[in-house]
Ligand binder design. Structure first.
Ligand SMILES: Cc1ncc(C[n+]2csc(CCOP(=O)(O)OP(=O)(O)O)c2C)c(N)n1
Ligand SMILES: [Mg+2]
Length: 585
């Protein structure tokens, strides 16, 4: 291989850029990541990505290289890292695997607006036209990685020289974190990663200044005044809080706005838990498996203030006018991405602003007449009084109904415990019945809703928030796709509790089939607890709610990973919690 220059890796990191013979590209890239505050890089070394890991040795005091068990896992860990920190979640690996298995996390991040960066490579050997084995340049006979990755990233660059590589990483960080965040990709050709970055060449490398994102957009003063006026004068306003609240980490400001303006808050699916369920003005979650009351609030609203959401059809029951109707309601939308304003529903006012900046100006500006506040309060109380817990939440049974599992968690799991969800009926019941008791602690795949997202997301959360115990909830189908995550939990001694709801089937798919058309949904009764023990971690199998509560308590008392498999009732259908739209045409 030409120009590997590995001896230079031992030079002090701060000297790069002043060295006349340049800096190995991998080291220069690693420095850009460290300067951006990125503390973890996830991945599986292979092909030229080995040089990325090699470069990371130079910044090992600031950036931890995490060998993943699978590119799928690495990409989800990067997605979760991005969600939690607001900095790009970085993963690296060889081209074909970064884009295929790693495409899982990238797609989820793309659909959920997560800042991410994939550093990958093209195994071109300097002769891309001859399509080497594993080659991904898109030349005749090879896989076209740029085309594949550009379909799931908001910025993608192919670097052919070291300076291009370093600059592309700077720009990728900028693009990942500006506007609506999202994944970005940099693809290295041989020379880009095996040679040295050189100050004498273009593009010039300014380092830190390039890594910093552009200033966040601030609202103009008249928009803040108009919003405050709308909240103070309309009879039944409702706030729809979206994923933008997570992205801006504006939990406290949302809480304050709801109280000061005396306005109920409903949340989109991706924003489940941005406000606690026991907040006096919480109206509940939207989406087909949200709360009927949240939709009733929307139906009665004369004004809707949308904070950081595109109003995805999933959240609005496919835009049913029963709930949201721009002819009947005054709709105002605030978004950090100008293109999102009015994209799903026409809006009376679109405010292009960072939510944190907007809320810090809006909260002190709002005020509402006491009588009006009391009237809104009575309306919210009326809606809430009509929702009752079904008896199944509180009754003992074996196998355990999934609803009851969620109630046990509400009783046993700490109120500030971080929880990741997966896909399927287990997720639907968790979404509906788990109580959000601390803002921003429920994490779910809101983009493609893929099975196998929750367990690696929990690992990343436990790495970012060292010492916190994280709960991962999945079904037996989803967990079957996730077994390798147990190895990583053990290797890093991560305090993660993997809760597997075993109903011996793809329950959510069966809901669409029914007994007469049952096909391709049965799963053998695998012994997941024994699998966990084979990885040298705690594994329990429980069949009733009391044993479940005990097992959860014992995992809370331990420092390491644990798996709890609970036999759940296969007859509980997600239809039990589906929102009804009896008034739609
Ligand atoms: C990776 C992936 N493949 C397929 C689907 C489609 N899908 C949605 S839910 C589901 C079944 C999930 O089964 P399980 O994890 O056992 O959960 P349950 O519904 O039984 O609670 C499937 C196949 C998906 N969401 N993700
Ligand atoms: Mg299942």
């Amino acid at each position: 291989m030409p120009g590997t220059g590995s001896a230079a890796h031992d030079r002090p990191a701060h000297s790069w850029g002043r060295m006349s013979d340049g800096t190995p590209a991998g080291v220069a890239i690693a420095e850009v990541l460290a300067d951006a505050g990125i503390t973890h890089v996830f991945g599986v070394p292979g092909g030229y990505s080995i040089k990325v890991f090699d470069g990371l040795r130079a910044v090992a005091d600031r950036v931890q290289s995490v060998r993943a068990a699978h590119e799928h896992q690495a990409s989800v860990m990067a997605d979760m890292y991005g969600r939690l920190t607001g900095r790009p979640g970085v993963f690296t690996g060889q081209g074909p695997f970064a884009a295929s298995s790693g495409g899982f996390g990238l797609m989820e991040g793309y659909l959920s607006g997560t800042p991410m960066l994939v550093l990958t490579e093209m195994t071109d050997h300097g002769i891309p036209q001859h399509a080497p084995t594993q080659g991904t340049t898109g030349d005749y006979g090879s896989v076209d990685l740029p085309r594949i990755l550009s379909g799931m990233t908001k910025y993608m660059s192919v670097a052919t020289t070291p300076n291009e590589a370093v600059h592309a990483v700077e720009l990728a960080i900028h693009h990942a974190t500006s506007g609506r965040p999202g994944p970005t990709a940099v693809l290295f050709r041989l020379d880009a990663i095996f040679r040295r970055a050189d100050d004498a060449r273009h593009p010039r490398l300014y380092r830190r200044s390039r890594v910093a994102s552009a200033a966040l957009p601030r609202p103009d003063a008249s928009a803040v005044a108009d919003l405050a006026d709308l909240l103070a004068t309309t009879k039944r306003p409702v706030i729809v809080a979206g994923n933008g609240i997570h992205q801006a980490k504006a939990y406290d400001q949302l809480d304050a706005l709801a109280r000061r303006a005396a306005v109920p808050v409903v949340t989109t699916a991706k924003a489940r838990g941005v406000i606690t369920d026991d907040h006096p003005w919480a109206g509940g979650p939207l989406s087909p498996f949200g709360w009927q009351g949240a939709f009733e609030l929307l139906a009665r609203a004369d004004a809707v203030v949308v904070l950081g959401s595109r109003l995805n059809p999933h959240d609005t029951l496919v835009e049913s006018p029963t709930w949201l109707d721009a002819d009947r309601q005054r709709i105002v939308q605030v978004d950090i991405e100008a293109a999102n304003l009015g994209v799903s529903f026409p809006v009376e006012l679109g405010v292009h602003a960072d939510l944190g900046a907007l809320l810090s100006e809006l909260v002190p500006a709002v005020g509402v007449d006491e009588d009006l506040a009391a009237d809104r309060w009575a309306d919210l109380a009326d809606i809430k009084s009509r929702s009752e817990d079904p008896p199944v939440l509180h009754e003992s049974a074996s196998p355990v109904p999934p609803q009851r599992v969620m109630q046990v968690l509400n009783d046993v799991w700490p109120s500030d415990g971080r929880i990741t969800l997966d896909a399927g009926n287990n997720r639907i019941f968790a979404y509906h019945y788990l109580k959000a008791r601390t803002p921003g602690r429920l994490h779910l795949p809101g983009g493609h809703l893929g099975m196998g997202w929750g367990p690696p997301a929990a690992l990343a959360a436990a790495m970012v928030h060292r010492g916190e115990r994280v709960l991962s909830i999945s079904g037996d189908g989803g967990f079957l796709m996730s077994l390798h995550n147990l190895a990583t939990a053990v290797e890093h001694s991560l305090p993660v509790t993997f809760l597997v709801l075993n109903n011996q089937m793809l329950g959510n798919v069966y809901d669409f089939q029914g007994p007469d058309r049952r096909t391709a949904v049965d799963i053998d009764d695998h012994d997941f607890a024994a699998v966990a023990r084979a990885f040298h971690m705690d594994g329990h199998r429980v069949d009733d709610d009391a044993a479940l509560a005990d097992a959860l308590a014992s995992s809370l008392a331990s420092d390491g990973p644990a798996l709890i498999e609970v036999s759940t009732d296969p007859d509980q259908s997600s239809d039990l919690v589906r929102v009804r739209d009896s008034r739609s045409p």
